[in-house]
Design a protein around this ligand. Sequence first.
Ligand code: TYM
Length: 334
Amino acid sequence: MSDERRKIIYSAMQPSGVPSLGNYLGALKNWKYLQDDYDCLFAVANMHALTVRQNPTELRKRTRDLIALFLAIGLDPEKHIIYVQSDVNAHAEIAWILSCFTYMGELNRMTQFKDKASKHSDNINAGLYTYPVLMAGDILLYQSDLVPVGADQKQHLEICRDIAGRFNSIYGNVFKIPDPYIPKVGARIMGLQNPERKMSKSESDNLNNVVYILDEPNVIANKIKRAVTDSDTEIRYGEDKPGISNLLNIYCAVTDKTPDEAVNDFKGCGYGEFKKSVGEAVVEHMRPIQESFKEYSSDKSYIDKVTKEGAQKASYLANKTLNKVKKKVGYPMN
Ligand code: TYM
């Protein structure tokens, strides 16, 4: 047997709303498959969520529910580390240090900042701006090899690699430079009503645009039935067919079929029948997860146990890197 260490996977999700089908297909579903071959850390990024105003009671509940959802999709807390970001002090500490190695010019280029700043023009706070530094710290603390995310996080991964490379070039090999893992299918699930923009869990204007993982089966089916299509009748991929392409992608991601197989399944079908089938496929895929979520979310003491143990294990690993970093930058080491 080789004593080579298993590669490390790190990923996180904000408790900023009930996760959407986009969060599931772009991230959670892949976390589940990848956990067989890697040592994984999966976090609830509640510190990130503070970048927009939150109701404290709701935030606490959503944080716990997200841990329950991680368990419901099948993440294994015995083999991997499942934790809440704010339970590990090292995140806040490393974020400050790394912010001193990040240029404003780099942060100015972040499209997600521009996007969120335009949506929350009454609260363009410094945290929203430096958020990619906090995220880089999350990843770098654990010497992560691979970060499974949706396509919208690609730019944040790039800045993380740049910050790590800069730090390493000054102080030696402190951080592992992580690679993104962006799935071929499901990396960018678009809104059902507005397929030109990504589906987002924090959407509040048009609930028919977003399928939430915990939506009732009939709600999921109805939202998909109402999804916008086009005036054509053909079920195929095409830049001129964003609504149909998105539904085909959703179908592929929940059935593990290839795009060709999906197109083939619907040859000669009308849009109505197509959308009904996609809805059914999503409902069937989500059913066991929803049932499992109900059980986990009602078992408060188990969730607390997982969270507490996860925080202890994550803190141990994070502090190893943080101590190295503190020494390098010249903090007193008593
Ligand atoms: P968040 O909470 O916005 O999203 C969680 C994950 O879901 C993916 N995702 C999507 N994938 C496909 N289609 C969509 N429409 C869609 N919407 C969201 C995201 O790409 C992400 O993978 N900053 C992160 C959380 C984070 C993190 C980290 C991630 C904090 N620290 C360290 C990786 C590593 C975020 O806001 O994700």
